[in-house]
Each structure stands twice: as C-alpha cells, then as structure tokens.
Ligand binder design. Structure first.
Ligand code: ASP
Length: 329
C-alpha cells in the first residue's frame, strides 16, 4: 500500500444517535495536512501491523456497542494473543533461546491507571492479567513467577503456548546457532493498540512474546509504561513496536505523547520520537522501531525508522491497513 489519502469522515447515524453535539463535532475533527490518513471519526481504534485488522475488529465489536476504550483494547489484543498463527504474540509466539515462550503486556486508561506483566510464562491472556493488576492491586507491574502466581490465584489457567511450528523454528535456529536479526523479517510484530471511544476517552494495550530467541529473562519495551505504551487522557495515546531496547533508551511512547502536549500532531510527534532514536541510539539503522499515535480528537499518525511498518485503522467506515512514513527508505 503506498501513499495514503487524507480523509475526513463523519460518524454514521447509529453512532451519532448516542453522541452529544460536542462529541459529534469531535467526530468531525479535521486538523492538519501533510501526513497519511490523519483524521478520523470517532470511535476509532488503531493497532500495529497486519494482525491489527482482526484485533481492531474485536475492539470495534466493543466500541460500536457504546463500550469503553479500555474494554475495547483488552478485547482487541486478546484476539491476537489467542491466535496460534501469529508468532510474535501469545499463543504460538516464538520462544527465547531456552525454548520458553515468555510474555510482556500492559494496559492503560485515560485516568493514567495502568497495569503490566513481564517475563510471564504459560498464560494465554497476559493483557487481562495486566488489567487485573491495574484494577485489584496497589502495584503497576508483576514479573515472572510472581505474575504467574497472581494469575493462577485469580482463575487463569496454565496453557502450553509453544506450538509445534514455533518449536521447529527454534530447533532450526539452535542448529544454525546464530543471532542476527534482519530488519522487518525478524519477529518484531508486537500488537500495540490505542482506542478512542464515543465518550472521548482513550485507552491503550500492548502485548508480545518479544524478540524471537532473546536471552532468557529479557524484557522489552512493551510492558514498560512510557516505553511500549503511554496514554494521557487529556492529550493522546501512543504505542511502539520494533526493537524494544531502542524504545526503552528513549522512553519512546511517553516522548510521543509529550511531543503532542507541546503541540505536535500525532504524525509529527511520532517522527520526532524516531528522530530522537536516530540522534541518541548507536547503530539505530540496524533495527526497526515504529510509533503509532492518536490525540483526543481522533487525529492520528505513525512513523518508523525504516519503511515497512504498517498499522490498521478501524472506524465507522473502514478497517484497513496503512503504511507509515519512515525516516529511512
Ligand atoms: N517491541 C517488542 C520487544 O522488543 C518487539 C516487537 O515489537 O515485536 O519485545
């Protein structure tokens, strides 16, 4: 998919029925030009990569029934977590060097409430564990065995996440015994999702099995609030995908939201965060990072280091994939 058209959508009648006038006006937000597909009606949900199409649909099932952005993003990314065909998230995810599938996930609402799990094994829906931590504990993040214990105590069941296909790939990898990720081919297809509901509330979620064949115990950006995901209900929301280490070194998603706070459009804010990586992180061109952002009006944008990052948008009118802009060709 090449260049994207700008579009201005108006909400459909079913949605308008449930909206106040200010919400209707919000739903017609038009702001800037100069970027691909950057204005949308609300409700709106965006998520990273091609698997975002199915995930967005699951989120849309919530949003279109007047549900909250928080319920939508959880429901949306659960779809990807449960899909054994995807090898970068949840069930079927590629394992670490020791053959273990270890999961990172987080969730955040428009009040700034957040929950997170990392280095979690054997649980099908880490995002739901993250939400439970957010809602039922005084903490933000639980890790490893402690996170699993908390999940089991709260009714989650142990699930074998390593599929035959992923085991085979790990065995092949071990035979070659090399670790040389290749841009856009390696396993960096985290699902990061951000949504804006008809009340004008934002939420986001991020879930991944992380970089394939990582060191056992490695945790990436995805469960780190401010790195893989950040939501400020008064400004906007952002998610990251790609080399977690580069995102963590620059606290990328927080930076995107702060850029929006200072007046940048979502697209510009993502571009500025990518530029920060190019300025601060050595060998940045050897990796890929993409940011995806929206503001409280339903304006959105995405930007990556290398060409090849795409995201899915679902609103009243469409569910489709859009190529991001990039720093390098
Ligand atoms: N950001 C994830 C990580 O570093 C990888 C990805 O986006 O797929 O674990």
């Amino acid at each position: 998919m090449g260049n994207r058209r700008k579009f201005i959508r108006t909400a459909g009648l079913a949605t308008l029925g449930a909206m106040s006038l200010p919400q209707m006006l919000k739903g017609r937000a038009k702001q800037y030009s100069g970027g691909p597909g950057n204005e949308s009606s609300i409700p709106l949900v965006l998520s990273t990569w091609q698997h975002g199409l199915a995930a967005n649909q699951a989120a849309w099932n919530v949003l279109s029934r007047h549900g909250s952005a928080l319920d939508a993003v959880e429901n949306g990314v659960m779809q990807t977590e449960a899909d054994p065909g995807g090898q970068s998230v949840g069930l079927g995810g590629l394992p670490d060097r020791d053959g273990k599938v270890t999961l990172d996930a987080c969730i955040m609402d428009h009040f700034g409430n957040c929950g997170s799990v990392c280095f979690l094994e054997g649980i099908l829906h880490p995002v739901s564990v993250a939400r439970l931590i957010m809602e039922q504990t005084p903490h933000v993040m639980l890790a490893g065995a402690g996170a699993q214990k908390f999940a089991l105590e709260n009714g989650f069941k142990i699930t074998e996440l390593l599929t035959g296909k992923s085991r085979k790939e790990w065995e092949n990898w071990k035979r070659k015994s090399m670790y040389q990720p290749v841009i856009n081919i390696e396993n960096h297809d985290t699902i990061g999702m951000i949504a804006l509901d008809e009340q004008g509330n934002l939420a986001g979620a991020c879930t991944t099995s992380g970089i394939a064949f990582k060191m056992h115990g490695r945790v990436g950006d995805s469960p780190i609030i401010g790195a893989g995901l950040y939501v400020d209900g008064e400004i906007g929301a952002a998610v990251a995908t790609g080399h977690g280490e580069m995102v963590m070194k620059t606290l990328g998603s927080f930076l995107v939201v702060e850029n929006m706070r200072r007046g940048s459009s979502p697209l510009k804010a993502c571009e500025e965060a990518v530029k920060r990586i190019t300025e601060k992180v050595k060998d940045y061109e050897k990796g890929q990072v993409g940011f995806l952002a929206m503001d409280t009006k339903g304006n959105y944008g995405a930007y990556s280091i290398h060409k090849g990052f795409n995201f899915a948008i679902r609103n009243q009118e469409e569910n489709e994939l859009i190529d991001s802009e990039s720093y390098l060709p």
